[in-house]
Design a protein around this ligand. Structure first.
Ligand code: 3BY
Ligand code: FES
Ligand code: FE
Length: 417
């Protein structure tokens, strides 16, 4: 029975697989490992949605840049002399060289390594040697990519016309304002590759059903009891969370659950277990200098996710920002940045081991879970099982969002063909 099902499903299109999926259940195998589903995910989601690029403090000065590979598109994000952050296709307008190979750095100008065409930080071609009398450099600016800095959280979008971002922008800027992200610095950065489809990485992040079995260090401070962490609205949560929100309201700290109607994003501030301060082994703050205007050490975590590319924890003493990017059907890059107040001094106000231990452990534990999940799904005997409605509501939100968007966009594509 299972075998026959698998043989037929191998021939199905992504649209057919999505139409045939069982709501409330994990996805069919080919959506987690197939080349076609991967191409469709890139075309319909990764090339069309807003994606988290990084915190703006990763680009602290004029000429600071970061690069990211979104499917087939190399992108560079850089801060101009006017302080503005812009994104460009990381492709030279001469013969197409990738302009910048490193993940991070600082350049006064963007100089192509092949024949040294030289671009200003706003993308204008400043200099191209021996191109003849009729050559018009103004026709060869770098191609721009949409880019927006939401008070310290930088997003890009590869689409010609990006989806609306005003609702998210307003809420995120309001919620994250007390964290002073633009006045932070990157204390530590880690990039790992998980051998699993990007949806498995995001699914894993959206539930804590696995936390007790996998995350001994995170579970010291983050409760895996869904009653403690699940919220359904600005006034619908556990008594403990409601009490935390009331206290935060009184201090002017935006905290209540807010979400996109399709659950593409959500933010809410929740207390840590037993009012502990931070994701450290001791539960105490890792950084002596608080972020931004945060009023107390025990304000909990402002949690923010945005599909498909990011989840975040904004704590009183530091912030941890995560970015995922698909690398291949069964590989995903996960970049984590630990942010602290820009005036906090390493060795005086914090030490990196204390700051990073819990989430370095947690990321590695999640990597193992995701890789074993992928390995099991690759079996022809795999059959999508049901999600727990209480423990895995966040995964259901992710998969419903994914199937809804893919279903309608693939139908539009077929109609246009
Ligand atoms: O990092 C997170 O936001 C999620 C929440 C539940 C599991 N994981 C720790
Ligand atoms: Fe960039 Fe030639 S390809 S200068
Ligand atoms: Fe986890």
């Amino acid at each position: 029975m299972t075998q026959i099902h698998q043989m037929t499903s191998a021939a199905l299109s992504t649209a057919d697989l999505i139409a045939a999926r069982r709501p409330g259940h994990a996805l069919p195998r080919d959506l987690y490992c197939g080349e076609q589903a991967y191409r469709d995910d890139l075309d319909q989601i990764w090339y069309r949605e807003w994606l988290f690029a990084g915190p703006s403090c990763e680009l602290p000065k004029t000429g600071s840049y970061l690069t990211m590979q979104v499917g087939d598109y190399p992108v560079i994000v850089t801060r101009g002399a006017d302080g503005r952050i812009r994104a460009f296709h990381n492709v030279c307008r001469h013969r197409g060289q990738r302009l910048c190979a490193s993940a991070n750095g600082t350049n006064p100008k963007l100089v192509c390594p092949y024949h040294q065409w030289t671009y200003d930080l706003d993308g204008k071609l400043l200099f191209a040697r021996d191109m003849g009398a009729g050559f018009d450099p103004s026709k060869y600016s770098l191609k721009p990519v949409h880019c927006i800095d939401l008070k310290g959280m930088v997003f890009i979008c590869l689409a010609q016309i990006p989806p609306a971002i005003n609702e998210l922008a307003g809420q995120l800027m309001r919620y994250a304002a007390p964290s002073g992200l633009a006045d932070a610095k990157v204390a530590f950065s880690s990039t790992i590759i998980e051998k699993g489809n990007w949806k498995l990485v995001m699914e894993n992040n959206r539930e804590c059903y696995h936390c007790g079995g996998s995350h001994p260090s995170l579970c010291r401070t983050y409760s895996d009891d869904p009653l403690m962490t699940v919220m359904e609205g600005p006034n619908a949560a556990s008594p403990e969370i409601l009490a935390h929100w009331a206290r935060c309201d009184a201090a002017g700290l935006p905290s209540r659950f807010v979400n996109a109607p399709d659950m593409q994003w959500r933010m809410a501030r929740v207390p840590l277990m037993d009012d502990q301060e931070s994701f450290t082994l001791s539960g105490k703050a890792a950084v002596a200098r608080r972020m931004g205007e945060m009023p107390w050490n025990d304000a909990g975590s402002l949690m923010f996710y945005h599909f498909p590319s990011t989840w975040n924890h904004f704590l009183p003493d530091h912030a941890i920002v995560f970015r995922i990017l698909p690398v291949s059907p069964m590989e995903t890059q996960v970049t984590t940045n630990w942010l602290v107040h820009k005036d906090a001094v390493e060795g005086v106000d914090y030490d990196l081991e204390t700051l990073t231990r819990v989430w370095l452990n947690t990321n590695d534990e999640d990597r193992q879970v995701v890789e074993e999940n992928q390995a099991g799904i690759l079996s022809p005997a795999y059959e999508p099982g049901p999600y727990s409605p209480s423990q895995e509501a966040g995964v259901i939100h992710l998969i419903d969002w994914y199937c809804g968007l893919m279903g309608s966009r693939l139908a539009q594509r077929m109609a246009a063909e």
